[in-house]
Design a protein around this ligand. Sequence first.
Ligand SMILES: [Zn+2]
Length: 56
Amino acid sequence: MSDIDADGLPSGPFCPRCGGELDREILPERASLRVALVCPAHGAVSLADPFTRGGA
Ligand SMILES: [Zn+2]
């Protein structure tokens, strides 16, 4: 199975609970954007901060 999907993007990470592919949701914040990884069954699984680094 290819790890490139029909959009030409790498397939997303997978839910640690059900193994389903996670959707990405962009969450605009005051100073940055966040990408939330959301399982259709389990809701938000994790948040990443692709545009900010460091700190707590
Ligand atoms: Zn899940």
